[in-house]
Design a protein around this ligand. Structure first.
Ligand code: DQQ
Length: 502
């Protein structure tokens, strides 16, 4: 593909990146083994790609402050999916150009050997598809002088939005879907095709939601960050559901959903659907296929505290752990953290066959920390619920609960008492998890300061943000309610930090 002349140099702020990491490492809420930028604001993962043996993670970034503004593409690289190295900012807004007001979300594709970013250039009020190319293994990027490559949204549609890109190739043809919403109808992803990534022909919406539908979830008025990919013999369409802030949804509406079904003749037919992570802080996920054939997904975990606290902290936003998506034998969507995370496991404790008396939590001796992986199996016996308390103060005044209710088939992350700070979110979120009669509960809990990610039985994920106030809110306890149970086994590892600063 012709990449023509380079655009003028971008205005990239000089950042003392390593120094920022060192400065912020003392913040007790700042995660140590989840990816986040050296400082300031981060939101969506962008441009995920496994290129020449290295994983590249780009992300929406404001390098000037800890609140959302002036969108750049930050960039980091990893050899092992666990440890990340900061690279220079990849895209910055170019004054007086189609992205003068921001470089919004998009993806990376390799076009005949040329790494190419497809992103949304923002020149208010326009948001239009743009390209940038790299000749040095994704390190620096030249913007296409012919940007935007689609000069306007499709005529004849009254859209509530038009942004974010998933691009793939089928034979000689490129396809992309762009997130959108049709006023009065619902969120949608608009399908285009192109012979060369430069000239695009609009086809039609690949799938459209229904603003009147509320069950099993509301599909909002606009779909952000759509993604479409094959998984086993099915296809998955991911859409991040968005709705304008109003009296009914004062914080707007943001959650990431999937549709599992068939993609044929340029149409997607859903057969199943769900919310990718019910935690309420997981948004705008993007996936990539790695060289091992795995479909990897990251999502943005936003903060659960207010702007004043974010400004005081000097940073905002964390990337979820990388997750592997799979098609389970029963045709449903599987999700699990990547096995590479086991490299971070350090000091190990194991507890076996621990009887749990009803209604009195059993603290686990020597199990303490704010950077942990826990893997637990329970024999629920007569208990109504079994579970774990983490980030627990010795008196139990602060704690975050992971609870499984077998009869109701519900896994809950209960942060009601996660913090004594009344200004932070104290989330309570539940996911349906029906276990087969002989299927044990297999719980994996990742604790990383203000991040908790819970995975159960390879098919449910709940990520949340918590902000304990007490320095001794570090304990772990197991419990049963309504009857006695057995904690069959629990493995607990202290997790190593992924940054040299700790
Ligand atoms: N974030 C980006 C947009 C996208 C939104 C802007 C989703 O491209 O629609 O930062 O979080």
């Amino acid at each position: 593909m012709s990449t023509e002349t380079a655009s003028p140099p971008q205005t990239v702020p000089p950042l003392p990146r390593q120094a920022s990491r060192e400065l912020l490492a003392a913040d007790p809420h700042r995660p140590r083994y989840h990816f986040l930028p050296p400082s300031n604001w981060m939101n969506d993962p962008n441009g995920l790609v496994h290129w020449k043996g290295r994983y590249h993670l780009f992300y929406q970034h404001n390098p000037f402050g800890p609140l959302w503004a002036t969108m750049h593409w930050g960039h980091a690289v990893s050899d092992d999916l666990v440890h990340w190295h900061d690279l220079p900012i990849a895209l910055a807004p170019t004054p007086d150009s189609p992205d003068a007001d921001g470089c919004f979300s998009g993806c990376v594709v390799i076009d005949d050997g040329v790494p190419t970013i497809v992103y949304t250039g923002v020149r208010n009020p326009d948001k239009l598809p743009c390209l940038a190319f790299s000749d040095d293994d994704l390190l620096t990027w030249r913007k296409h002088p012919g940007n935007p490559v689609i000069p306007a949204p499709p005529p004849g549609l009254e859209l509530t939005g038009f942004r974010d890109h998933a691009v793939w190739r089928d034979g000689d043809t490129w396809y992309q879907i762009i997130g959108a919403g049709i006023a009065g109808v619902g969120g949608t992803a608009l399908l285009y095709r192109s012979p060369d990534l430069l000239a695009w022909e609009y086809l039609h919406p690949i799938l459209t939601g229904d603003t009147r539908r509320t069950d099993p979830f509301w599909t909002g008025t606009m779909w952000e960050c759509p993604d479409l990919f094959p998984l086993g013999d099915k296809h998955v369409l991911i859409a991040s559901i968005w709705a304008k802030r109003d009296a009914d949804t004062p914080r707007g509406l943001h959650y990431a959903t999937y549709f599992l079904g068939t993609y044929a003749d340029h149409r997607f037919t859903p057969e199943a659907e769900g919310i990718l992570d019910v935690g309420g802080h997981f948004y705008a996920p993007q996936t990539t296929l790695d060289a091992h054939g795995r479909r990897l997904m990251w999502g943005w975990l936003w903060e659960g505290r207010d702007e004043a606290a974010i400004v005081a902290a000097g940073w905002s936003g964390v990337m979820s752990l990388p997750r592997v998506l799979s098609l389970l034998p029963d045709g449903t969507l599987g999700v699990a953290p990547v096995p590479e995370l086991e490299r971070l496991r350090g000091d190990h404790r194991r507890y076996s066959d621990l009887p749990l008396q009803p209604d009195a939590p059993t603290p686990l001796p020597d199990a303490a920390g704010d950077g942990l992986e826990i893997r637990a199996a329970f024999a629920p016996g007569a208990a109504e619920t079994v579970g774990l308390a983490i980030r627990r103060s010795p008196d139990g005044a602060e704690e975050t609960i992971v609870r499984y209710d077998r009869d109701r088939g519900l896994l809950t992350l209960d942060g009601t008492r996660s913090s004594r700070d009344v200004g932070v979110d104290r989330p309570v979120e539940s996911a349906a998890l029906r276990l087969a009669p002989d299927e044990p509960l297999d719980l994996r809990v990742f604790v990383d300061r203000s991040v908790v990610e819970v995975f159960a039985n390879g098919r449910v994920a709940i990520a949340d943000r918590i902000y304990p106030t007490r320095p001794d809110s570090l304990g772990v306890a197991a419990f049963a309610t309504g009857g006695a149970a057995l904690l069959s086994s629990l493995d607990l590892w202290q997790m190593a930090a992924i940054w040299p600063t700790g």
